[in-house]
Design a protein around this ligand. Structure first.
Ligand SMILES: [Zn+2]
Length: 141
């Protein structure tokens, strides 16, 4: 009797570990959805700004397919700041697809999920980022 009970209890830790890992990947999928939304909003905003200019091509349909088709050429016409942000968003989405999202560029450790949720385009953990900022400050002096 006692033997059976202990076997049942032993199985638990493994499944708890799996749940934690899948929670992280679920959150990363949510982050990906947000990145896609952010990317679309960025493109739509830029297209609207262009449409207000005379002599520009008008994109009447802003469905997902249309956005996907135009964004490549469109990148060239975006302003520097928007272009940089869009590039960062695309890089983050690539990292999600490749399964390397949320790994620090510098130390190779997992970046805190809360940090990723707040700033999905980040490529460094908070420790490395702080260290880099301190180094940059020293360089300025
Ligand atoms: Zn790091």
């Amino acid at each position: 009797m006692t033997k059976k009970q202990s076997t049942a209890v032993k199985k638990k830790p493994a499944s708890t570990k799996n749940t934690k890992a899948s929670q992280r990947s679920k959150k990363i999928q949510d982050i990906k959805k947000n990145l896609m939304k952010q990317k679309k909003a960025l493109l739509v905003g830029a297209i609207e700004a262009l449409n207000e200019l005379p002599g520009q091509t008008v994109f009447p349909d802003l469905g997902d397919q249309a956005t996907a088709e135009i964004d490549r050429n469109f990148m060239l016409r975006l302003k520097g700041r928007e272009q940089k942000l869009l590039k960062k968003i695309e890089e983050a989405m690539d990292r999600i697809d490749q399964g390397v999202f949320g790994i620090c560029d510098k130390c190779g450790l997992e970046i805190d999920i809360r940090r990723l949720e707040a700033r999905p385009v980040t490529t460094m953990c908070i420790e490395c980022k702080t260290l880099q900022e301190e180094e940059e400050k020293l360089m300025e002096k």
